[in-house]
Design a protein around this ligand. Structure first.
Ligand SMILES: C[S@@+](CC[C@H](N)C(=O)[O-])C[C@H]1O[C@@H](n2cnc3c(N)ncnc32)[C@H](O)[C@@H]1O
Length: 324
């Protein structure tokens, strides 16, 4: 089976800027392509901690990175509990964290994982096979309205109500094909360049794996783990993920934006970061030609401030710098 081609590798190296000897976390190891490029930069004294929720990805990457020996530590973990994974390894602050979120090509192309609408397989979609909740569990048990809301919210699918109605009428759905047929019955055939089931599959995958919550929690924990001058890079593949990254970076770069007369901060702003990418970085036309799956990738990067207590130039107070 063709493996996963890592995206935006030069850009990740440029923005993460790992020094020799650095401690880097790859929170989404996948096939280990980014990890290998990072290890070449930080060797021989550096250390890379690679995490993935998927046991199969862990086994593959472990084998690929074997030659780096004690410079690599690989663990099966969800980055939503980055703190738990790093605490268990006795790791405090780190020099850099990479998130390359979403699914890998290996996961997408394996019919048994149930991620793809063009491969017949069980309606599974779990990234962590130890998890109980599956996509089949969701489509066969949620009430019609909840299902429609889920497809609308995570798939940005305007026809979510029609699709939910078809799903409920056809229960139990067992395979990816069953779900494709339900969507086609609701929507008819192709819609422009998108397969009609694209958005519904995306929605169910996000819901099955709790992807947006994990991103929000994992990114916040990563920001707090960075040493001063340390960097975080996130590659997102759709607008909902990118919005979370953008807003989280904003929250930690602006600091507290509450009115000065409030007795306590209500906005949760904490000035810890300098954003390095004003706009997200997209792959070049050459990269997209060589790897069409890269086309929707968007990279954002930020750096942990050396002196987070310093007053921002617009005069707003950094949180905790004075009594309020
Ligand atoms: C796009 S692939 C990463 C590819 C990798 N950068 C490479 O070079 O091969 C995304 C990976 O992130 C993993 N993943 C997604 N969400 C995760 C989470 N919350 N915690 C840990 N791993 C996650 C997936 O299982 C998948 O293997």
């Amino acid at each position: 089976m063709p493996g996963h081609i890592p995206v935006l590798v030069d850009e990740v190296l440029a923005y993460l800027a790992p020094r020799a000897g650095a401690l880097i976390v790859d929170a989404t190891l996948g096939d280990g392509g980014h990890a290998e490029a990072l290890l070449r930069r930080i060797a021989p004294a550096g250390r890379l901690i690679g995490l993935d929720r998927d046991g199969e990805a862990i086994a593959f990457a472990e084998e690929r990175l074997r030659s780096f020996g004690r410079n690599v530590t690989v663990r099966q973990a969800c980055f939503g509990d980055l703190d738990g994974a790093l605490d268990a390894l006795g790791v405090g602050t780190v020099d850099g964290v990479l998130f390359d979120i979403g699914v890998s090509t290996r996961q997408l192309l394996e019919p048994a994982r149930g991620f793809s609408f063009d491969r017949e397989g069980p309606l599974d979609m779990r990234m962590d096979q130890r998890q109980e909740r599956t996509a089949a569990g969701l489509v066969n048990t949620l009430d019609e309205r909840t299902l429609a809301d889920l497809i609308y919210r995570y798939g940005e699918e305007r026809a979510s109500r029609k699709i939910a109605r078809q799903i409920v009428a056809r229960r139990p759905l067992r395979t990816t094909r069953d779900l494709v047929h339900a969507v086609e019955a609701a929507l008819g055939g192709a819609r422009g360049r998108l397969h009609p089931a694209t958005r519904t599959f995306q929605a169910l995958r996000i819901a099955t794996n709790g992807e947006l919550d994990a991103l929000e929690h994992g990114l916040t924990q990563a920001i707090h783990r960075l040493r001063p001058g340390g960097r975080v890079c996130v590659i997102a593949f759709h607008s909902m993920e990118d919005r979370i990254v953008k807003q989280t970076f904003q929250r930690y770069s602006r600091g507290c934006t509450c009115p000065p007369d409030l007795p306590a901060c209500q906005c949760g702003g904490e000035r810890l970061l300098r954003v390095l990418t004003k706009k997200p970085i997209a792959p070049t036309a050459t990269e997209i030609r060589q790897n069409p799956r890269a086309r929707s990738a968007r990279l954002r990067a930020a750096e942990r401030l050396v002196d987070p207590g310093a007053a921002p130039r617009d005069g707003r107070r950094p949180r905790g710098s004075e009594v309020h």
